[in-house]
Write a protein that binds this ligand. Structure first.
Ligand SMILES: Nc1ncnc2c1ncn2[C@@H]1O[C@H](COP(=O)(O)OP(=O)(O)OP(=O)(O)O)[C@@H](O)[C@H]1O
Length: 788
């Protein structure tokens, strides 16, 4: 015992010396980046070109500084020893000593790989893997895994220390935000993270298998390994909802990567925020890939030919363009195969010329008639017939065209035949018109589901339709302008961030440099200094270098069409679980959604170990899965829990008391003054003082408001109690979960079984199912208790 204790003290001492020295190197690197930043700004003045270059350089240095700051926590977390007595330290970033020797290896570098892939059966030349646990800059714990005891020196054997680092990490209380797992990435996850940039990778895995966390580490890995390509083209991460994006928002910054665009399908059309939800039946129709045809045909209907001739009354003249000419002009404008708004330019030019000719003809006719009426009929008959139309040369036509374009009557007539359209207008007018839908929908597509008022709010299902429309219409200025305005307003946030960077790094010194706005790289008059991520996020037509889609099973075929447009090189990672598909328009198989674009050129990696949900809870989840998706396999839990899951018969009013019990069980601190009877105050009372540990209350959609009223603050992920629908809770996790009204969840959509599976797999420690009437048969394994 005494020996082990001595060994630990000795090992901690050795590692502390190394770690302190590494932090010293980090401080040196920071000092250098600060000095470089100051130097850039000390130059001052110069031409506009010089200024632009200077700001680009400053932006780069500032990002480097931000990255060096981001790795402060847990700078070094691992060490590997090989049989030749060499030790390598692994950390969040790579560092070198004065002699340029590598002293800390970036976790993404090839040299760090053995740390993640060595196993007892295949140690890859390692004799030991050591995990270091730091608190601030202090080494507070060590875990060893020994692969070859014989290969270790006597001294090293004496200082062996062990408790599985992974299990320690998994036992930690949840904070409401996902953290990085660089120190404990598992071999199967490592394969996903380091897969090649080229091609499409599907990561299929059950709940809690680390799909999200692996996908985010993959983003960081790809940016590190292919920085040149990806810094120029950017990486896009698509998540299921804004709450989820908030949940994962800290993982990449903690890994030193801030240049990734994160969005949801509902936010992918610049200037539109999808705030409403479609019913499952509507989602299915809207998500059907045949909707692309519906939008295209609706647009064709907007390129009209008048019933008879086109007649425009102008200053007493009747300008007449024959029907056949109108038809010809439309065909010519279509034949150029440009998007509608661009082809319109051609159409308008040609139509105005026709109208100019028609005007000359009408004028001629009216003058002729005048002569006939006023003069000697004999003379009039002898007079040379005028040929005003024939006398028009190109210049005359152009002048007449531009004069005519200024006439509201002309403009109205042309707009009616080939209007300038925005995607919003095309889609909202289409969905508001049963006649149009009826005439453009292909047989078998239930277009009646789509009909809604023109002023209806946008839904996430509308966004791919808007994107489709934008493709067909061509550049839509209004959306771009809206996005530019948004980007401008975000500038304020960036300036604030930049000034924080400057302040925290001590660079913001009076006189030298007080220009956080410059560092933020945003000038109203020039977008050249925007980062790739900023530019990409504001540009609907941006082609990303790599796209990661999380909860990819939820995307409809129309959403995939939109995503594929963003990644023409088809370098993408789709992570998801077909057993958790909640959207009626979502995927039933990966081939079904990917083959239309990749024709089998995609591969699957499977993650099989559940790091979140303990065995006891997973048994309940497996019953649900077996009942609703028997072809899917539940993952295997890596650990067993501290408590058996339970079912409690309780009215909604009793939920605050139940949640209080759960908070107490997971060790979250609740003020003693909060009694079960004061449910509504439970949130604020336990707000900021709460210890680690969160309770998630999951409800059917229809009961969310009723239950959320009992707890505050609503929807705040950092609060100790969060009330969410199944759609919102997807991808999240909590120490304890209370699933309310399981029968309601099962009944709420055709995918109710999958929804219940999602709900019961969110807990890391405790699961309670709260019900009022009968407990669904599928949960009969749960021991039942009544508080009614
Ligand atoms: N290698 C690891 N080391 C430590 N923790 C891990 C590891 N892998 C996964 N975890 C943890 O397991 C939990 C589940 O991970 P994650 O949310 O990525 O799973 P998922 O497969 O996306 O789940 P779901 O399908 O339910 O959304 C997280 O808390 C994550 O941090």
């Amino acid at each position: 015992m005494g020996n082990r204790q001595d060994g630990l003290v000795e090992a901690l001492d050795v590692e502390q010396r190394t770690v302190s020295w590494l932090y010293g190197r980090l401080d040196v690197a920071r000092g250098r980046a600060q000095a470089a930043l100051r130097q850039v700004y000390a130059r001052g003045g110069g031409t506009r070109q010089a200024m632009v270059e200077r700001e680009a350089l400053a932006g780069e240095q500032a990002r480097r500084l931000a990255q060096l700051n981001a790795v402060e926590r847990g700078l070094c977390f691992g060490r590997i020893d090989d049989g030749a007595g060499r030790s390598t330290y692994i950390g969040r970033i790579g560092l070198r000593d004065e002699g340029h020797e590598s002293v800390l290896i970036d976790w993404r570098a090839p040299a760090a790989r053995p740390f993640y892939v060595a196993t007892a059966t295949d140690p890859g030349g390692l004799v030991r893997r050591r995990h270091l646990h730091l608190k601030d800059r202090l080494v507070v714990g060590i875990d060893d895994e020994v692969f070859d005891l014989e290969g270790m020196s006597e001294g090293d054997r004496r200082t062996l220390v062990g408790e599985a680092a992974l299990l320690a990490a998994l036992r930690r209380g949840r904070t409401g935000r996902m953290g990085d797992v660089v120190a404990t990435i598992q071999t199967e996850q490592d394969r996903v993270i380091r897969a090649s940039l080229q091609g499409a990778l599907v990561v299929q895995g059950g709940p809690g298998t680390g799909k999200t966390v692996a996908a985010l580490h993959r983003a960081a890995y790809l940016l590190y390994t292919h920085r040149d390509t990806l810094e120029r083209r950017g990486v896009l991460v698509v998540g299921p909802n804004p709450m989820f994006l908030r949940y994962i928002s800290q993982v990449l910054p903690a890994l030193g990567e801030t240049q990734v665009v994160m969005t949801t399908v509902g936010e992918m059309f610049p200037g539109v925020r999808a705030s409403a939800a479609d019913t499952p039946a509507v989602a299915v129709v809207k998500g059907d890939v045949r909707m692309a045809e519906v939008v295209a045909r609706a647009l064709e209907l907007r390129q009209r030919v008048p019933e008879g001739d086109l007649v425009v009354e102008l200053d007493g003249l009747r300008l007449r363009v024959p029907h056949a000419v109108c038809e010809r002009l439309r065909e010519r404008a279509r034949a150029v195969r440009l998007p509608h708004n661009m082809a319109r330019k051609l159409y308008v030019t040609e139509m105005l010329k026709e109208l100019a000719k028609a005007e000359a003809r009408a004028l001629e006719e009216s003058l002729h008639l005048e002569e006939l009426a006023n003069g000697d009929p004999e003379l009039a008959e002898l007079a040379e017939p005028m040929n005003l139309e024939g006398d028009l040369d190109e210049l005359d036509l152009e002048l007449a065209s531009s004069r005519l374009w200024g006439e509201p009557e002309v403009r109205r007539a042309v707009d009616d035949l080939w209007p300038e359209l925005t995607p919003r207008r095309l889609v909202s007018e289409l969905l508001a018109s049963p006649e149009t839908l009826w005439s453009v929908a292909p047989p078998g597509l239930d277009w009646r589901e789509l009909v809604r008022p023109a002023e209806a709010e946008w839904t996430a299902g509308d966004v791919p339709l808007l994107d489709e429309a934008a493709e067909l219409l061509g550049e839509d200025d209004s959306a771009r302008r809206a996005a530019a305005r948004e980007a401008e307003s975000e500038q304020a946030g960036d300036v604030l961030y930049a000034s924080e960077v400057l302040e925290s790094t001590g660079v913001l010194e009076e006189g030298v440099f007080a220009r956080a706005d410059v560092l933020a790289g945003r000038h109203a008059d020039d977008g050249a200094e925007l980062t790739t991520a900023d530019r990409a996020a504001a540009d609907r037509t941006w082609a990303y270098g790599h796209v990661i889609v999380d909860e990819a099973q939820e995307l409809s075929p129309m959403a995939w069409r939109m995503i594929m447009r963003r990644v023409p090189a088809r370098s993408l990672t789709a992570v998801g679980d077909l057993a958790q598909t909640g959207s009626a328009a979502g995927a039933r198989s990966w081939g079904e959604v990917l083959d239309p674009y990749l024709e089998g050129r995609w591969r699957v990696e499977r993650l099989l170990v559940n790091y979140r949900t303990p065995v006891e809870i997973m048994r309940v989840a497996a019953d649900v899965l077996r009942a609703f998706a028997p072809e899917q396999e539940p993952p295997e839990s890596v650990r067993s829990g501290e408590s058996e899951p339970r079912a409690v018969r309780v009215p909604v009013a009793g939920l605050p008391a139940l949640v209080r019990e759960e908070l107490a069980e997971i060790g979250s601190e609740v003020g003693p003054e909060v009694g079960p009877e004061v449910g509504p105050e439970i949130g604020p009372e336990i707000g900021s003082e709460a210890g680690a540990g969160r309770v998630g209350v999951v409800t059917p959609d229809a009961r969310h408001a009723e239950v959320a009223r009992l707890f505050h603050p609503e929807g705040d992920l950092d609060a100790p109690v969060v009330v969410l629908t199944v759609g919102q809770v997807k991808g999240l996790e909590f120490d304890a979960v209370v699933v309310v009204d399981p029968a309601g969840i099962l009944a709420q959509s055709p995918m109710g079984g999958q929804d219940l599976y999602v709900a019961v797999t969110r807990a890391t420690r405790r699961l309670t199912v709260a019900y009022e009437g009968e407990l669904p048969e599928v949960l009969s394994r749960l021991p039942q208790k009544s508080t009614m």
